[in-house]
Design a protein around this ligand. Structure first.
Ligand SMILES: [Fe+2]
Ligand SMILES: [Fe+2]
Length: 215
């Protein structure tokens, strides 16, 4: 049987602060996977197309900041060591997404959302609350979040300017990863969330998408 390390409250506060700063200031823990955009040349695009691609990638970058925060919040209060470890591993994989989106935003000559700290704190509270309800519901929340992200990415894959294959490859890999996270959570015993909760989650993410497009 595997033993899980016990962290004191102080250890957890330090770890939490480290995780938050890394997520918000673009120094996340990552798996070190290769940048999916690297296999495509930088496309020729008009200024307007570059701005549009950058705005879409800014939304996805903010989404990844939120994903980090949700996993951190849920991991803090999960009761089982297995679930805690799943949340940690998922957060590291989301770290790849965060780094890829930021790299692409830089390539497009734009900036991340100025509100990332706000997105992080809001999502951390939501993740913390979901984690408190219990591990099965927490996994259910994770599965539903990933499910909505898969659908959202499908939309962005269609919206990207056709030439921007670099961004396309990134979003495509992210979509595959999010679907795996969803399936893993279901296999780990996630409960299916009630319809109104799913609707509320979708509403909250729509607000983030609208705002992050501009700032
Ligand atoms: Fe992600
Ligand atoms: Fe994910």
């Amino acid at each position: 049987m595997r033993a899980y390390r016990h962290y004191s409250i102080f250890d957890q506060m330090c770890l939490g602060l480290d995780q938050a700063l890394r997520a918000v200031f673009d120094n996340p823990r990552t798996t070190g996977r290769a940048y999916p955009g690297a296999c495509e040349a930088e496309p020729v695009m008009t200024g307007e197309q570059r701005q549009y691609s950058a705005a879409l990638m800014r939304i996805n970058h903010s989404g990844e900041v939120c994903a980090q925060a949700l996993y951190h919040g849920q991991g803090m209060v999960s009761r089982s060591g297995v679930v805690k470890e799943k949340m940690d591993q998922a957060a590291i994989e989301e770290g790849d997404h965060l780094a890829w989106c930021m790299l692409r935003i830089n390539e497009l000559g734009s900036h991340a959302s100025y509100l990332n700290l706000l997105w992080y704190l809001g999502s951390l509270s939501i993740g913390f609350a979901a984690g408190l309800v219990g591990d099965r519901w927490s996994l259910g929340f994770l599965a539903e979040t990933e499910n909505q992200v898969v659908r959202h990415l499908e939309k962005h894959l269609m919206l990207l300017p056709r030439q921007d294959k670099r961004s396309y490859k990134i979003l495509q890999q992210m979509q595959l990863d999010e679907a795996l996270h969803r399936d893993d959570a279901m296999k780990a015993g996630a409960s299916v969330l009630p319809g109104p909760v799913k609707k509320l989650m979708s509403l909250v993410s729509k607000v983030m998408v609208k705002v992050a497009y501009w700032v």
